[in-house]
Ligand binder design. Structure first.
Ligand code: 8YV
Length: 316
């Protein structure tokens, strides 16, 4: 079993009893593509991360490979049609990360509106010298309108949180979510309506051909000048240059971003120079408990396929 990041011993204990593990050991940098390209040739299973591109070129050399277990709910890093064609089972980690990712998404929304990153920095840097009525004043959350782009399980979990804040819930999705409509009073709206009417536009859609670049110049122009854009899904759904322009031109009030077009980003990234951008290093699912649950699900899926059983969470 090839593992492309150093994972904690505890997470691998069950696999180690039965299988031979070949794990990338460095914590400072990700496994280079060449390393994986070489290792995958002799692998029966790969435990991969979002940042490993498992495309046709790489999978072509994987003659023994039976299963890829991706440590993520998303699998846009994997060429699914090619894996299917080659008889390689692909598994992801849905459900176990839903609530944790919704927590972080809502935290990002709240922190963006109430300028929590800026305010914490302000105090730490010793700038708190006096009180003034509009000191670090932000936008309200309670009673405002949230517009969720991508109403899957995480979208619904965010909507449940929003309901607790007495927010009006709009959503845009490929299909209608009747349960959310009934239980949360979520209102289905077209994309333009979502942009125009929301105080918070929250992106939680998967990255697909359809969603790539969905948030471009036109989209930000349609949003309210007082609104916030939150992205906890995938960077390439947004055209970052356009987002930057929308922020400096006052087309929107701020952005909370957990994901970027090309991750990881460095301090020179243009969006980081803006005060009204709160940036996080793709930590949506990163609670200790959830990350262990994700690792457990990956090892369970690998063991299932290699033992001739059905995996628990297969991507179909
Ligand atoms: C990743 C994510 O799992 O699940 C996803 O799709 O984006 C995250 O939870 C995490 O960044 C590790 O790859």
């Amino acid at each position: 079993i090839v593992i492309t990041r150093k994972l904690p011993e505890k997470a691998l204990a069950s696999l180690k009893k039965k299988y031979c593990i070949d794990m990338w050991e460095s914590e400072e940098r990700a496994a280079p593509r060449e390393w994986l390209q070489e290792k995958i040739k002799g692998a029966d299973a790969v435990l991969s991360m979002l940042s490993d591109r498992l495309d046709e070129e790489l999978l072509e050399g994987a003659n023994r490979l039976q299963v890829i277990a991706n440590l993520a709910v998303g699998y846009d890093n994997i060429d699914i049609p090619f894996a299917n064609k080659s008889g390689i089972r692909v598994c992801n980690t849905p459900d176990v990360l839903t609530e944790t990712t919704a927590d972080l998404t809502f935290a990002l929304l709240m922190a963006s509106a109430r300028r929590i990153g800026e305010a914490a920095q302000f105090v730490k840097e010793g700038n708190w010298k006096s009180w003034s009525p509009l000191l670090l004043a932000g936008g309200d959350i309670f009673g405002k309108t949230i517009g969720i782009f991508g109403m899957g399980s995480i979208g619904e979990a965010v909507a449940r949180r929003a309901k607790g804040f007495n927010m009006k819930i709009l959503y845009h999705n490929r299909s209608r979510r009747t349960q959310a409509e009934q239980e949360l009073n979520a209102v289905y709206t077209d994309f333009d309506g979502l942009l125009a009417d929301s105080d918070f536009v929250v992106c939680l859609a998967p990255l697909t051909e359809e969603t790539e670049g969905a948030f471009g110049a036109e989209a930000f122009q349609k949003m309210k000048a007082t609104s916030y854009f939150i992205n906890a899904a995938r960077g390439p759904i947004v055209d970052e240059r356009t987002l930057y322009n929308a922020l400096i031109n006052g087309e929107i009030a701020g952005a909370g971003l957990d994901v970027f077009e090309n991750e990881p980003i460095g301090a020179e990234h243009p969006l980081l120079s803006l005060k009204n951008v709160l940036a996080l290093p793709h930590i949506g699912s990163s609670s200790i408990q959830t990350r262990y649950s994700m690792m457990d699900l990956c090892t369970e899926n690998i063991d299932a396929v290699l033992s001739g059983r059905e995996p628990v969470t297969e991507v179909k």
